[in-house]
Design a protein around this ligand. Structure first.
Ligand SMILES: CC(=O)/C=C/C=C(C)/C=C/C1=C(C)CCCC1(C)C
Ligand SMILES: CC(/C=C/C=O)=C\C=C\C=O
Ligand SMILES: [Fe+2]
Length: 500
């Protein structure tokens, strides 16, 4: 249906999204009725994590990223679908439930202090990490050894769960002595390794570390010193190629003063330092040596999509290409994700523009890299975030990415978009008034084509209800949907646990 621009205000007024509504679910499990056909080959479990509980008692959290971690499980077996929904029992969540107040520092929320002495104690606890949250609300990964770990930006917020019943099993304790308080919320996880970045806030730089399946020990591959200052850039995610780890140094940098503040600033724990510039560093995975370090145009990104190596006719690597969901070097997206903003949409077109930003990083010693549009952003409505690819193409030349785009006016990405990076075209799925979550690609076993598989998303519809949507990866047409028993809060990132 096409809505007249003058009617958008009515559409916005009538919309009741479950996406931004807190739900506390100690445990729900049940079978869903499926409309359409779930392919018989789709056997396994899609797990999705995200912040779904944004209040304690009558105190409401401010930011999307503050909410307590909520897992949703979609178990596919022979065309049938069973759903599960459960909170992660982090120390932060348990303490809040027990004492009916915030006890740990979340993304924007800081516990209130009864006295000056308590405030000083809390500052000490900030430096030791004791007051930081372990609310693992960002993503979930399956390690090569089968353990399933939920993650956030604090290292202590690494929590092992049981993918079959969503039970919290306990902390993932790193057995090394790397220390540090924060890491990239998105490690690169394959059957053979777990790669992570640890920003060093004291001596600005990043450690690149690797962990083998079956162990809890991260080993340092190498270190990158920051070229700008005064602190490392925020590193929510990073890309890899077959032989290199790419370390982004974003001009949106961690900020010690903002870490200490009780009230959030528009950039939360970060600060925008355009004068410090942006850089991309490329480290050889085998040797830990830097093979390139270039200045790039200013950029703002949460999520890298993929990266790959470019070769000359003799097969020598001449550079790397790295793609990300890039917010046109505009940091306002971070504050746009305040719950009040998300909940009070009046029909105005307030989602800042974003694009698939493509970094080109040469290996010939040039001081600069490029950042260009990978395709015309109008193809996906100038909204772009929450991406996935076929995991078989991780680090390799690839053609397709799946993400959330925009059908304007909107205040949040509201389409699913299949990006064809070769044809520079996008195919979009949209339902009026609805908000879909990250489209997650699952390849058909035995597939030889990159887009042979399905794309799973969970949609909040305009009536406060929701459903899971299964699109064909190739045609991007709906093949099945299944209504949830109640509307689910928005979720961030997921993983696929194949049936063993
Ligand atoms: C949900 C999401 O994508 C990001 C969550 C980020 C969090 C919880 C960040 C927390 C932090 C602190 C509690 C203090 C230190 C800085 C920072 C990593 C931002
Ligand atoms: C939901 C989001 C950005 C949307 C912007 O268009 C970012 C989430 C980041 C954390 O995982
Ligand atoms: Fe993320």
């Amino acid at each position: 249906m096409v809505v007249q621009p003058s009617l958008w205000k009515d559409v916005a007024k009538e919309r009741k999204l479950a996406a931004w509504t807190s739900v506390r679910q100690d445990r729900w499990e049940g079978e869903l009725h499926v409309d359409g056909e779930i392919p018989q080959w789709l056997n396994g479990t899609y797990l999705r994590n995200g912040p779904g509980l944004w209040h304690i008692g009558d105190y409401n959290f401010r930011h999307l990223f503050d909410g307590y971690a909520t897992l949703v499980r979609l178990h596919f077996e022979n065309g049938n679908l069973i759903m599960g929904h459960r909170q992660i029992e982090s120390d932060a969540y348990k303490a809040a439930i027990k004492s009916n107040k915030l006890c740990y520092r979340e993304f924007s929320e800081v516990p209130k202090h009864d006295s000056f002495l308590a405030y000083i104690g809390d500052l000490a606890n900030l430096f030791s990490g004791a007051s930081l949250t372990d609310n693992a609300n960002t993503g979930v990964v399956m390690l090569g050894d089968g353990r399933v770990v939920c993650l956030t930006e604090t290292i202590k917020g690494s929590i092992v769960i049981n993918p079959n019943n969503l039970e919290t099993l306990g902390k993932f304790e790193y057995s090394d002595s790397l220390g540090g308080l924060v890491h990239s919320a998105h490690p690169i996880v394959t059957e053979s390794e777990f790669l992570t970045l640890l920003p060093d806030l004291l001596k600005p730089g990043y450690l690149v570390a690797r962990m083998e399946p079956g162990t809890n020990e991260r080993k340092v591959i190498g270190r990158v010193d920051c070229r700008g200052g005064p602190s490392p850039g925020w590193v929510h995610s990073f890309p890899v190629t077959e032989h290199y780890v790419i370390v982004p140094e974003m001009p949106l940098r961690y900020c010690a003063q903002n870490l200490l503040r009780a009230e959030p600033t528009p950039l939360y724990k970060f600060e925008w330092h355009p004068e410090s510039k942006g850089f991309m560093h490329v480290m050889c995975k085998a040797s830990g040596k830097l093979v390139a370090s270039v200045e790039v145009p200013l950029f703002v990104t949460f999520h890298f999509i993929n990266a790959y190596e470019e070769k000359d006719e003799d097969g020598r690597v001449i550079g790397v290409v790295a793609d990300c969901c890039e917010h046109n070097a505009d940091t306002t997206i971070l504050d746009n994700l305040r719950l009040q903003n998300l909940r009070s949409w009046s029909g105005e077109d307030v989602l800042p523009d974003a694009r698939v930003g493509r970094f080109k990083i040469p290996f010939d010693g040039s001081p600069n890299g490029e950042l260009v549009d990978a395709l015309n952003p109008d193809e996906h409505g100038r909204g772009m975030d929450m991406c996935s690819i076929n995991p078989a193409y991780l680090g390799k030349k690839y053609r397709y990415a799946y993400a959330c785009g925009a059908q304007r006016p909107c205040n949040f990405p509201n389409t699913l978009t299949k990006i064809d990076l070769e044809e520079k075209k996008a195919k979009n799925w949209y339902e009026e008034g609805a908000v879909p979550s990250e489209p997650f690609f699952v390849a058909r076993p035995g597939a030889t084509k990159e887009d042979d598989g399905v794309v799973i998303s969970m949609v909040s519809d305009k009536n406060g209800e929701g459903y899971t949507l299964i699109l064909d990866g190739s045609t991007f047409e709906e093949i099945a949907r299944a209504k949830f028993p109640y509307g689910l809060p928005y979720g961030l990132h997921g993983c696929w646990v194949p049936k063993c």
